[in-house]
Design a protein around this ligand. Structure first.
Ligand code: COA
Length: 161
């Protein structure tokens, strides 16, 4: 249960510590991004980094827009705040932001056994485009998912609040 309203806002440079805490809470050590990688997201060209907060940081999303395609690079929600639609709000806000930057579609890779993430993305309208064998290492396959037609006003699958 999340106390108070959830705000999704652009992340700033001084959110880096909070982002790193979310990163460490959400991924196994071997999968964690470094501070430098997140710096790249915060400072890089065409990047959209949004942070969800109530009284505390709840989750973060990073996307990169190049021409008409946005790549969803990272999404994580703190374990104690999952299943409260935080990721749903982050993805919806991220899609809206990249749509304004000119993106017509969003693409992402997800580990083929990451059922929570696959369920989330499918619920939000992403469709499987391809699978890449051994993408994350031997036997570690990836699914490539895509959300199409963003220039049509966003009609993500309705979710009850
Ligand atoms: C995947 C992740 C971002 C989902 O965050 P979340 O805030 O819990 O997601 P939401 O509450 O918005 O979930 C929306 C819907 O997605 C699906 N979903 C989310 N988590 C799920 C789970 N553990 N099992 C099954 N379905 C799930 C459900 O349909 C859910 O709706 P419901 O709760 O009404 O059933 C979160 O589990 C996470 O941070 N995981 C670790 C990092 C990660 O894997 N990131 C994605 C890498 S591509």
């Amino acid at each position: 249960m999340i106390a108070g309203r959830i705000n999704v806002v652009p992340a700033r440079q001084d959110d880096l510590d909070a982002i790193m805490n979310l990163e460490r809470s959400g991924f196994e050590p071997a999968e964690q991004w470094s501070e430098r990688s997140w710096q790249g997201e915060l400072l890089g060209e065409g990047r959209t980094v949004l942070i969800a907060r109530s009284h505390q940081p709840l989750g973060v999303i990073a996307l990169q827009t190049v021409d008409h395609t946005a790549d969803l690079h990272r999404l994580v929600v703190a374990p104690q705040h999952r299943r409260s639609r935080v990721a749903t709000q982050l993805v919806q806000a991220g899609v809206e932001a990249v749509r304004h930057l000119g993106a017509r579609s969003v693409i992402l890779e997800v580990h083929w056994t990451n059922e929570p993430a696959i369920a989330l993305y499918q619920r939000l309208g992403f469709e499987q485009l391809a699978a890449r064998n051994d993408y994350y290492g031997p036997g570690q396959h990836a699914l490539i998912l895509k959300l199409w037609d963003l220039q049509v006003p966003v009609t993500l699958t309705e979710v009850e609040q």
